[in-house]
Design a protein around this ligand. Sequence first.
Ligand code: SF4
Length: 212
Amino acid sequence: MITILDRLSAEYGKGAYPGRSSEGLSPEWDPSPFHVLIATILSQRTKDSNTRKASDALFGRFDSVEDIANADAGEISELIRPAGFPKQKARALTDVCGMLIREYHSEVPSDIDELLKLPMVGRKTANCVRSYAFGIQAICVDTHVHRIANLMGLVSTRNPDETEFELMKITPEDRWSDVNRYVVRHGQTVCLPNNPKCEKCSIADMCGASRA
Ligand code: SF4
């Protein structure tokens, strides 16, 4: 796993960032745990490009826990429509922000058990927040990580939670956050879901599914 991460990090530099494109991402852009949490909830069951459109529209209008908690759910729903499931996600966002105000002094918690109490926050979202917002080593298993880890034969699992625990066994803890950062970029650019470009893949020699 170390060699895979070393090669991908040499190739992709900054890596992926939840809800944003790493292309053109300003080095000064320093998202708060609030931004990472909301963007990661928006990213559920949609493409990265849709998440970016929805989060840009939402943060352009409502940019704090209080703003979203007090916003009209219908207006949020319209703003985040590109991310899909707008009513369900709008309700979750207002519920999450209301809960943050009532129970966490308007702060996003970093403890995984506390994060998992929030609406629409499962292990993927919680680990994304811990990793990208708090700098805690965590493996955030999204659709790219789950797909590619199984495709390569690194794990043999039925769901992302199992993938997370199996990857934790074969990845040194000080590299856990690199898994999402670089494997997602690989899934967005080379190991595409329907058309993997194995001939351009820097880790093809370690992949059981290579067509190169
Ligand atoms: S060799 Fe092909 S299938 Fe394997 S990781 Fe690379 S692009 Fe994906």
